[in-house]
Design a protein around this ligand. Structure first.
Ligand SMILES: *Cc1c(COP(=O)(O)O)cnc(C)c1O
Length: 484
């Protein structure tokens, strides 16, 4: 029996460690219906009603299936305004698995980012991070800070197969400290399994060295722990010396080098809503508790119902089980490997929470000004009812000084896999749909932006096809979505 990977038996398959006890019906739509729905949504998959979607890979945020135990926890909600017993369960779970001293619950991850940014950042400060995340950067800027990317160059290269593309580049970080001075850097925001790089992990060695360098200069390190469990899985499989450690042990070690974390529990922690800020420093924790009552709620619920905190406490315990995380990442790898076999350009290595299509290579004939990733996600929906999202120029937004669009190296379509929700057969439908578009890229038409919101524009922006009014050149067909 091979116990070295921490699982209870010798099976190698990533097969799900659960069986299904309740199902939710999926509606099949026709091609015609999807053409209409996409036009009404302004070619932005965020604006589609979910009732028009067959397989929803928009995000893995808050879309997980909860376990029977978590649903049982919902019934144990203690809806006291103050000092709910579920808060104390959550505090125990965060303490045992993340290790930090103080817990400040928030309604979701950005609530924690808001609090951290407001208590730590002064106007004119610089906040380095291993690639930006939309809401994280936005809150840093609202607090008067400027984000600076210190991720290694490999992260910006969709073809590099470096195993730890989430790593911080220590030279870039040192140079930044020299350039602006440590006193202008309140903290480094260290993201685990870097979302915008394609779900790419950091090594423990890099985390250790990054934290040491920051602490040497009196700079704090706050983890974006949203996908730290997925990162721990990659450390176990890719970093020597960690193969025999449990996911729990690795997670605790990652957190131990840092001063606190922001967390969107809607990802790793297997709940539909929730988040937290966790801190070791007593004084900072007090400031965060003073502020949480203004924006989120009392410091023992932070915008969550008691039942949500209970489900989260149970979800955190389930998230670090080896069988769970093996099946979760195994499913993502299954989808990615089938696409690679079919010659579809995707970001490699395959990341933890989704597959990222390299839209720039997928659609070399669509200029960057016509948002190839936005166009591809719109076409994929029309083709098959699969909902993906853009992670490219639309998501990055404009340069604050020049007002010009930024065209990042990575122009990606993200297919994010909800946890414990879809089956292998659903993954096969996704592969078939993408492979068809890849064979006939002329079906995808470039877009122009017709409405641009002020903040986080990718959520609500609207688009129109640059040429003609058709999304697809294929004449109206009305086969069910499942046929791809
Ligand atoms: C989702 C996410 C956030 C924001 O969390 P919300 O719960 O959506 O507010 C922050 N950082 C990362 C890496 C995320 O994936």
């Amino acid at each position: 029996m091979d116990l070295s990977h921490g699982h209870t038996g010798s099976r190698r398959s990533w097969a799900e460690p659960y069986k299904i006890k309740m199902v939710e019906h999926l509606r099949m739509t026709t091609h015609e219906e999807r053409v209409r729905a996409m036009a009404e949504a302004g070619f932005n998959t965020f604006l589609l009603p979910s009732s028009e979607v067959y397989i929803d890979l928009l995000t893995d945020s808050g879309t997980s299936a909860m376990s029977d135990r978590q649903w049982a926890g919902i019934m144990l909600g203690d809806e006291a305004y103050a000092g709910s017993r579920n808060y104390f369960h959550l505090e125990d779970a965060v303490h045992s698995h993340y290790g930090y001293k103080h817990l400040i619950p928030t309604h979701q991850g950005r609530g924690a980012e808001h609090l951290l940014s407001q208590i730590c950042i002064k106007s004119g400060d610089v906040v380095p991070g291993n690639m930006y995340f939309t809401t994280t950067k936005h809150h840093q800027e609202l607090a008067g800070g400027t984000f600076r990317d210190v991720i290694i160059d490999e992260a910006h290269d969709p073809q590099s197969t470096f195993p730890f593309k989430g790593n911080v580049c220590l030279q870039k970080l040192s140079r930044l400290i020299e350039e602006v001075g440590a006193e202008r850097i309140p903290y480094l925001s260290l993201e685990t399994n870097v979302n915008m790089a394609g779900g790419q992990p950091c090594s423990l060695e890099n985390i250790r060295e990054t934290c040491a360098l920051c602490h040497e200069h009196g700079i704090a390190v706050f983890l974006d722990a949203t996908r730290a469990v997925e990162n721990a899985y990659f450390i176990k499989h890719r970093e020597s010396g960690y193969e025999d450690k449990t996911i729990s042990e690795i997670l605790l070690e990652v957190c131990s080098y840092t001063d606190g974390c922001t967390m969107s529990a809607k990802k790793d922690s297997l709940v539909n809503i929730g988040g937290f800020l966790a801190l070791n420093d007593d004084h900072l924790a007090e400031e965060a508790r003073n502020l949480v009552v203004v924006y989120e709620g009392l410091h023992t619920y932070g915008g969550m119902a008691g039942r949500d905190m209970e489900a989260m406490a149970i979800g955190i315990g389930e998230s670090v089980q080896y069988d769970h995380i093996h099946a979760r990442i195994g499913q993502v790898e299954y989808l990615g490997n089938r696409l690679i076999e079919a010659g579809v350009p995707i970001v490699q290595p395959i990341g933890g929470h989704g597959i990222f299509l390299d839209a720039a290579r997928f659609l070399p004939d669509i200029p960057r000004e016509q948002f190839p990733a936005q166009a591809l996600s719109a076409a994929l929906y029309v083709e098959s009812g699969v909902r993906a999202m853009e992670r490219g120029a639309v998501s990055v937004g404009r340069d604050h000084e020049t007002g010009e669009n930024i065209y990042p190296k990575l122009e990606l379509v993200r297919l994010t896999i909800p946890r414990r929700v879809y089956t292998q057969a659903h993954m096969d439908v996704v592969v078939e749909s993408i492979v068809e578009l890849h064979r006939e890229p002329e079906r995808v038409v470039g877009l122009e932006m017709t409405y641009e919101p002020k903040h986080l524009r990718f959520f609500q922006a609207r688009f129109a096809p640059v040429v003609g009014a058709e999304v697809l050149r294929r004449s109206g067909q009305s086969e069910p979505a499942a046929c791809g």
